[in-house]
Design a protein around this ligand. Structure first.
Ligand SMILES: [Zn+2]
Length: 182
């Protein structure tokens, strides 16, 4: 998450392409580079990702898209070829490389997988719209040893709230599991 990166891009809006809109103007899609433009394929990729999140992403997906549709003035996706995927909590701008070759270990198959545009978009929207963090703490209870009585132990555990929520969305889309931000 990087507020200064997002702001410095938006300070130079002259270097962004004209906006192409989706969902009645709730989503503006632009691209970095003065002479660049958002291709039809890229626009379609963004649209399909959002439709998948809404229709196949379960309750987390529905929540995310409902929020996206309620942002006053809409949300701007700034596409780039710089492998730059970033935003910040409460932002209405998201930098996004939907053609990124970035990979993660897919725990569903134990194989390396390229991030889908759907996972990238769901992840960044989780930060911007729902203010989910990459790292957080939660309390978990560890049951007593086998056959034991009592409440067991309560332990503080580090986890990745935004990645877990995004895994929930992806379970109905491609079934990939990332679990941890690392
Ligand atoms: Zn993140």
């Amino acid at each position: 998450m990087d507020e200064s990166t997002v702001n410095s891009v938006m300070d130079k809006t002259a270097t962004l392409s004209e906006s192409k809109d989706l969902f009645d103007g709730q989503v503006h899609v632009r691209k970095i580079g003065e002479s660049s433009k958002v291709t039809d394929a890229e626009l379609k990729k963004v649209k399909n990702s959002l439709v998948n999140i809404r229709d196949k992403g379960g309750s987390n997906g529905k929540e995310l898209i409902a929020k996206l549709m309620s942002v006053e003035g809409g949300t701007t996706f700034v596409l780039n070829d710089l492998d730059e995927n970033t935003t910040f909590p409460g932002s209405d701008v998201i930098l996004m490389d939907i053609n990124s070759a970035r990979t993660f270990k897919n725990l569903a198959t134990n194989k390396t997988k390229v991030f889908s545009s759907t996972r990238l978009i769901a992840h960044e929207l989780g930060h911007a719209l729902l203010r989910r963090e990459d790292a957080g703490f939660r309390m978990i209870s560890i049951p007593p040893p086998d056959g034991g009585f009592g409440f067991g132990q309560i332990k503080r555990e580090m986890y990745s709230p935004n990645v877990e929520a995004t895994d929930g969305i992806m379970s109905g889309i491609n079934g990939s599991i990332r679990r941890d931000y690392n």
